[in-house]
Design a protein around this ligand. Structure first.
Ligand code: DX5
Ligand code: ZN
Length: 223
């Protein structure tokens, strides 16, 4: 079993004080930094790129940076993120012409590779690539914005992906992103997730440590 990872999405952080926000959330017990990249093309919003990733590394952030690419096309920007200090890079299959090639590209750049499935994306895309992945990321909201509500059909999907991952016998993470909160994280963990992204639930709370501890306790009650 993979150790539990809590990955705050900096999409809901105060961008004017980003370095300090990341330091604070890591000091409060977060494991990874979830870094949402949006291009106003694949998704209807625009966020941050490799320069900001590099700036966090120069600021002294040592934790894994989990880059979630919501951009199209994806391949051009992957080496830039690897150079900027990304440790994990995930992408949406709809945004890549050649999904297998993109996975190999991420790995050849020395990063762990993840494939992201939108709420309506079928698990079929995993059929011939799951063994090459380090992570499957299930979106539990439609990508593009923080602060949306968890889509309940994701729970069934998590169970199905958990079965597929276990069948490979490989150490592949199962990450869930969107609407994850202290009051639903236990159900998400019980369904089989091990890696939890939370943006508004953490950064919208005055006490990061308290909410991360609540989440961790809820997860450890079921896994
Ligand atoms: C949505 C992003 C998520 C989002 C999560 O496109 O991928 O990472 O920021 O935010 P919350 O936890 O507020 O749903
Ligand atoms: Zn994300």
């Amino acid at each position: 079993m993979q150790p539990t990872v809590i990955a705050p999405s900096i999409l809901s952080a105060d961008f004017a004080r980003l370095g300090e926000e990341v330091d604070n959330v890591l000091k409060a017990g977060a494991d990874w930094v979830h870094f949402d990249v949006m291009d106003n093309h694949y998704v209807p919003n625009l966020t941050i790129g490799p320069l900001v990733c590099e700036a966090l590394r120069k600021h002294g952030v040592a934790a894994p940076i989990d880059v979630h690419l919501m951009v199209e096309p994806v391949d051009r920007i992957i080496p830039d993120f690897a150079k900027a200090g990304a440790t994990d890079i995930s992408f949406h299959p709809e945004a890549s012409r050649h999904v297998h090639r993109t996975i190999q590209l991420i790995k050849s750049e020395g990063c762990r590779a993840g494939l992201v499935l939108n709420p309506a994306t079928s698990l079929d895309v995993l059929d011939y690539v799951i063994e090459d992945l380090d992570m499957v990321l299930l979106m539990s909201v439609n990508p593009g914005f923080g602060g949306q509500s968890f889509i309940d059909s994701t729970l069934r999907k998590i169970e199905q992906v958990r079965g597929r991952i276990d069948a490979t016998g490989k150490a592949i993470r199962l990450e869930v992103d969107g609407g994850v909160k202290p009051d639903n994280i236990a159900a998400i963990a019980k369904a089989g997730a091990d890696t939890f992204v939370a943006g508004s639930a953490i950064f919208g709370h005055a006490d990061y440590r308290k909410v991360i501890m609540q989440m961790r306790d809820a997860v450890s009650s079921v896994r």
